[in-house]
Design a protein around this ligand. Structure first.
Ligand code: F6P
Length: 195
């Protein structure tokens, strides 16, 4: 059976500064992860000639895929991070201080909360539908390099986790989640490439 490998991009400069959204490049640590990921993928998918690498359209995922050689790369807008609308570029603390009502409503119902001029988790789940259809159709392995909220939703689909849990699933940086769909169900392995 073919594996699907899910990973967040390497640590970005905005991750370091604690800012959400944006389109920054990788930090030094993030670049190191990109190299480790490419070694891992090139080994793991050595004889998988039809495998492909899927990223979002944001720099941090494209830069994370950069060192990986030998496979076609596909950019999906549907894999872009949740759009934080007017909060894009802010830290959680700034949102709490400057927009306390928004902060509270998100805390109360993170699944349904929609950022003003942005998206909710439910919106993200909906826009992922074509990606999921295409992933199901693939016969060869796929490496998906995306973002925290998007990967929570994708992972929940394959691991059959309930909707209400999605916004709270742990999705750490610098970790690969390998999903295998076999006749006996879904198997999962995790590889933490950095401490
Ligand atoms: O902080 C990284 C990030 O990918 C942000 O760009 C995004 O808004 C956030 O994570 C999503 O996580 P949460 O839904 O827990 O705020």
């Amino acid at each position: 059976p073919r594996p699907i490998l899910l990973t967040r991009h390497g640590e970005s400069r905005d991750n370091v500064r604690g800012r959400i959204g944006g389109d920054t490049a990788l930090s030094g640590t993030g670049e190191l992860y990109a190299k480790k990921l490419s070694n891992f993928v090139e080994k793991r998918l050595k004889n998988e000639r039809a495998a492909s690498i899927w990223t979002s359209t944001l720099q941090r995922t494209i830069l994370t895929a950069n060192p990986i050689g030998g496979f076609p790369k596909v950019q999906w807008r549907a894999l872009d991070e949740i759009n934080a609308g007017v909060c894009d570029g802010m830290s959680y603390e700034e949102i709490k201080k400057n927009m306390p009502e928004e902060y509270e409503s998100r805390k109360k119902d993170k699944l349904r909360y929609r950022y003003p001029r942005g998206e909710s988790y439910l919106d993200v789940i909906q826009r992922l539908e074509p990606v999921i259809i295409e992933l199901e159709r693939q016969r060869a392995p796929v490496v998906v390099i995306s973002h925290q909220a998007v990967l929570r939703a994708l992972y929940a689909y394959f691991a059959d986790r309930p909707l209400k849990e999605i916004p709270h699933i742990e999705m750490p940086l610098h970790t690969i989640i390998e999903i295998q769909m076999g006749v006996t169900g879904v198997q999962e392995k995790r590889y933490k490439l950095m401490d």
